[in-house]
Design a protein around this ligand. Sequence first.
Ligand code: APR
Length: 258
Amino acid sequence: AAPIPLGLIESLRSARRICVFSGAGMSAESGVPTFRDALTGLWERFDAERLATPEAFHRDPSLVWGWYEWRRMKMRLAQPHAGHRALAGLERRAAQLTVITQNVDDLHERAGNTNVLHLHGSLEATRCVRCAAPFALPADIPQEPEGGRRIEPPRCASCGGRVRPGVVWFGESLPMPILQPAHDAAAACDVWITVGTSGLVYPAAELPLVAARAGATLVQINPLPTPLDAHYDHVLSGTAAQCLPELFAQERDRASLQ
Ligand code: APR
C-alpha cells in the first residue's frame, strides 16, 4: 500500500475522538463475501437487493432464510484479521473510538472492540415477525442445505409466528437508538475513517458527510475508488488488513516518540 501521509499520522495522534465506519470490505479478508463484488457459488445469481427485502421474505421465506443461514455459516467460520485487531488495539489506546458498522457480522466484537454500532442489525439478532420476541439461534454452525438453498425459518416459541433475520432490509428504516448515537459520534469526532464500503446505500452513506461538515479529518480506505472519494482528505488505496495495522502502528510509534 502507498505510504501514509505524515499529516494524517499527526491528525491521528492528536485526535481525541475517532470514528471508524466499516462496510462489507472490512470483512472480506476474513472470508465473508461483500455484496457488490460478484457473489460466489450457491448465491452467484442472487443479489442483496433481491433477497434483503421484506417482500422477498414474505414471498419466499425459505429462500431468504437459507441465504441468511449461509451468511451466518460464513460469519461463524470467519476469524477477525489484522485490521480488526488493529482497531481493538486502538480502542484500548485512543481517548474515544466509536466503530459504526454497516456489517451484520460480529467480527469487530470478536476482535475486542466494545463500542460498536450496528446500523443494519446483526445476523445473531433473529426475532419473531409477529410478536418481535428474540429467537435464540442454535450455537452450532449452520450446515449447507442439502442440494438447494431453501431452509424453512423456525417458529417463535411463544406465539408460533415466523422468525426473521434481525437485520435492516431495503425499504426498512434504520433503528433510531443506533442511528442517533452514530450521527452524534460523526458530528463530534476529530478523525473519521471509512473502510470497505462502496458508499452507495443511504442513510448510512450520509454519515461521513456529517463528520466532514463538523470539521473532522476524513480518511477513505478502499482498494478501489468510490463515488464519495472527493469528500475525503486522505484516500488510502489498499485493503483493510493492509492499511489499518500500518496506519495505527505509525500512529502508536509516533505517539511513543513524543
Ligand atoms: N478491504 C477494504 N475494502 C474492500 C476490500 C478489502 N479487502 N475488498 C473489497 N473492498 C471494498 C470494495 O471496493 C467496495 O467498495 O469494499 C466495498 C464493498 O462494498 P459493498 O459490497 O457495496 O458493501 P457495503 O458498502 O458494505 O454495502 C452497504 O448495502 O447490501 C447492503 O445492507 C447492505 O450494509 C450493506 C450495504
